[in-house]
Design a protein around this ligand. Structure first.
Ligand SMILES: [Zn+2]
Length: 554
């Protein structure tokens, strides 16, 4: 079948489709009035953004220029106000750093010298915006998991001054591999388990460097993933101090290398790892000093977040954010003769859903009481940078922001019985989503792979970090007609064949939009309830993000 023919077929089918609304509660009926979700517009927008014209939507490319022009024109056509003063854009200054570490990291102490080989035993990069980074005789300190978590009464840095030293830390958190869900979150990874957290905490402690000990099970990926990430160009946000407040060296060390290191320092490695998992563990200065260097080449450039606004009719200074990343991976290594990474699912689908939701709110009979920001962020694929920039430089104050609803890769497998909530157990938004889901005949599933820390791997996380309750929810594990096994297999197939590959393309004859519409309706109703109430949904007890919200006075 010809692509155009099948696309128009789909449009014809969905043009006639109407969405039911939940009218069970008459109080709610006014705010939940049947959403005007334009399914044909959604399908057309996905087709457009994932076409080769946009060249895979890579920041700093011609593809970016075309994408930004298109997104702005769509926001104008929909009737959104500019989201940032007079502009639909928020500039996101970034620096591309290509770092090459020395072939060997040399460690001396206790009369011994150890040489660790780059790529095989250690990898290191520097986020600092300068060309020559030198680590000379920096003392290595084994700091357990490298975690300071007041809500769990846990501090691996208690009583130790890390200035000028290198923290050697374990990946994941102490709850990993346990069944006690109150010890951290048991096998569910908390943010304290992510390597990004460990880099940040070591910097807060004033360390010169940080090396995360790689262990495939606890990390969730093998050493070659670490090795690959340790070389090549990487984007960082620009900052006033040129990232001098971050560790000069951020890297990984292999388990065999660290065992060698601990043994040379006179310790029994497995006993040390076991101690680190128990409460009351004290950091262990190893009496060994490391030296290495990193040569950085630097390139500065600016990308853009795209923002459109509907101003609220009664509480205009309170905001709901719908977000999704517009960027993908551009033109890169060809696979089967195709070099354009179209990113149809990831994330033309989410971007288009944000625009379709915007259109529905603009065309709704009544304006929302609170303001709604439709935010399409850049450089998610480069480390969630656009959303990180927004969180650090919010256009509207974080304490005035009620919630963030993120969309990254919509469900293209068809209608589902489930709503799977990433990082389940975080905030009251989940309860709201669950209630709305019931009216659709759906039930909530918690994160199906909680040990992998998916909550920390898309843009909602950056809002969570500054305290804004944030949710990422979609159907995906229990197909309405074909059940769980079918859904699971289809998801696996997609990840294996298309995820981050040029073949993540729009296939109108294969995609089943019913699930995407289901989730879009859920998000519409959730946003509508939030935008028409005085409620401030909060983080649940034990959430690692609650403290930031409380500090904001919420
Ligand atoms: Zn994505």
């Amino acid at each position: 079948m010809n692509k155009h023919l099948s696309l128009s077929l789909i449009l014809a089918v969905f043009a006639g489709m109407t969405f039911f609304s939940c009218q069970s509660d008459p109080q709610q009926a006014a705010t939940d009035a049947a959403p005007q979700l334009d399914s044909a517009f959604l399908v057309q927008t996905v087709a457009e953004l994932s076409s080769d014209t946009y060249q895979g939507r890579m920041p700093f490319s011609e593809g970016e220029r075309r994408t930004l022009a298109y997104l702005q024109s769509q926001m104008q056509a929909i009737g959104l106000q500019p989201g940032n003063g007079e502009s639909y854009f928020q500039a996101v200054p970034m620096v591309e750093i290509t770092g090459v570490a020395a072939p060997l990291m040399q460690v001396k102490g206790h009369g011994k010298t150890l040489d660790f080989e780059l790529g095989e035993e250690y990898v290191a990069q520097s986020p600092q915006v300068k060309e020559n980074i030198s680590i000379e005789d920096a003392e290595l300190v084994f700091c357990g998991f490298g975690i300071h978590a007041p809500e769990y009464g846990w501090n691996d840095f208690e009583g130790i001054d890390m200035k000028g030293k290198i923290a050697v830390v374990m990946v994941n958190d102490p709850g990993y591999g346990t069944t006690d869900s109150t010890f951290f979150k048991g096998n569910t990874m908390t943010y304290y388990g992510r390597w990004t957290y460990k880099f940040e905490e070591a910097a807060r402690q004033g360390a010169a460097g940080v090396l995360v000990i790689h262990e495939a099970g606890a990390a969730g990926y093998p050493w070659f993933v670490v090795k690959r990430s340790g070389s090549g160009a990487r984007l960082y946000l620009e900052s006033e101090d040129n990232n001098a407040s971050l560790c000069a060296m951020q890297g990984w060390i292999s388990t065999p290398a660290v065992k060698e290191l601990l043994a040379a320092a006179g310790h029994e490695p497995d006993a040390v790892f076991a101690q680190a998992k128990a409460k009351g563990f004290k950091a262990l200065p190893l009496g060994m000093n490391a030296s290495t260097s990193i040569q950085n080449s630097l390139k500065h450039d600016v990308s853009q977040n795209v923002a459109g606004l509907i101003r609220g009719s009664e509480q205009p200074d309170e905001y709901i954010i719908y977000c999704g990343h517009w960027d993908h991976m551009g033109i890169a290594a060809p696979v089967d003769g195709d070099s354009i990474y179209n990113g149809a699912l990831d994330n033309a689908s989410g971007t288009s859903t944000v625009l379709t939701l915007a259109k529905a709110f603009v065309n709704a009979p009544a304006k929302p009481k609170r303001s709604i920001l439709f935010l399409l962020v850049t450089a998610e694929e480069q480390g969630l940078l656009g959303s990180a920039y927004y969180a650090q430089h919010p256009i509207y104050p974080t304490k005035q922001t009620v919630a963030a609803l993120n969309m990254d890769g919509m469900n293209i497998l068809g209608a589902m019985k489930d709503i799977t909530i990433t990082g389940y157990g975080q905030s009251e938004l989940e309860t709201m989503a669950e209630e709305i889901g019931k009216t659709q005949g759906r039930y909530v599933l918690p994160d199906q792979e909680p040990e992998k820390g998916f909550y920390f791997r898309s843009d909602h996380f950056n809002f969570a970090k500054v305290g804004i309750p944030a949710i990422n929810a979609k159907g995906g594990y229990d197909h309405l007609e074909k059940g769980r096994e079918y859904a699971m297999q289809k998801k696996k197939d997609y990840t294996y064949s298309h995820y981050h590959r040029p073949s993540d393309e729009f296939r109108p004859d294969e995609w089943d939009f019913a699930g995407m519409f289901q989730d879009m309706e859920l998000y519409y109703l959730l946003g509508s309830q939030l935008a028409n109430s005085n409620k401030w949904p909060s983080w649940k007890e034990g959430s690692e993000f609650k403290a930031a919200r409380v500090a904001d006075g919420r």
